[in-house]
Write a protein that binds this ligand. Sequence first.
Ligand SMILES: [Zn+2]
Length: 389
Amino acid sequence: MELKKEEFTRSFLEFWRSRGFQILNSPSIIPRMWTTSLFIGSGLVSSLETKKEREPLGKNLTMCQPCIKHGTSRLSLMDMMNRDGYLTFFEQLNCLSVGSSSTLIFIKNIWNFIHDVAKLEKKNLYIGVSETQPKIASLWIEAGIHPNNIIFPDYEAYELALPKEALHGVYSPIYYDRADLADYPCQSERCGINCSCDRFLQIGDLGLLSFHDQVVHDHGIGLERILSVCNNLPKVSEIAEFQEIKAVIKSLALLSEKQENIFADHLRSIVILVSFQIKPSNTGRGYVLRSLLRNIFWILQQKTGACLLSKADLESFFRIIASFHPFIKNEENTFVTEIIGEIAKFNKLIEKGKILIKKMKTSGSLKDNDLIFLQETHGLPSDFIRSIL
Ligand SMILES: [Zn+2]
């Protein structure tokens, strides 16, 4: 039987509540205090954001955090779309303990949840430990993980250092080996946790941090990622929500699997961004929204020669996505109106582009510089330009 998102979220929050953590409502994707970021991309920041002042945290907290990532420090948006499990919108289940609580008990609880509640196979779970924190390896072993399943040192362990916020520390990744779920015909001799074949999926992490000299334990799990594993799916892009969105996409155009995944990924983010009152524009959050929209419009334009998203298509996409994220359910009209407005702008861009290219062609064939100019100044991708030359 398929494990549903709501059921899994509830079991995570209840698990930590019964261990003394306070459940918070899902917060916004827009940072209120940490305004150097456009969006909240992981849970810890939002937990700290629950405070009014930058004072020590008083409570252990747990929540389900919606997050937006338009590229990361290591991966561009295009790199993300070439990998499985890197979504521009995702939900993170997280919990944070403060003060004197024991690291061993926190780790034991994480292990307890992943192994005994989520029922992930012990042999497939791996923990990456930073070379700066060797003692963490022994705590994981004490909690129940086999020494062979510790990756030490793991250069993927992520160091967080925000001196201005007096926050620093290191994250240990938690990986799941998907070899049992699909064939990974990887030829790389160095196939391992960060191989591009995506056999090893990072499902979560553990952060040991210091915030204004206060010890903070931070744990997050990628909801879409762990659900795919719990449901024995070989890819994150096969979770129920993606399947339903992709069924509608298939009725609109014949796309490659990768294009379908990009379309479904971007569409989820677009719906979420609009539901947080973000309007398409050429700067900041609005630019992120517009660039995601343009990516899917270009895919459609390339395949069908036009941008064919009708009001009815938009409504059915919205309803599918809202059925998985009920907090957005009142935003359907806003979504449809905004996207129809953007489609009109996109179609104008195409017409303007065609005239411009025709004009430029009269003074000889287009050079590389012309393509760069048309791309950077007018937002016309080279594939489109070539298609009408
Ligand atoms: Zn590999």
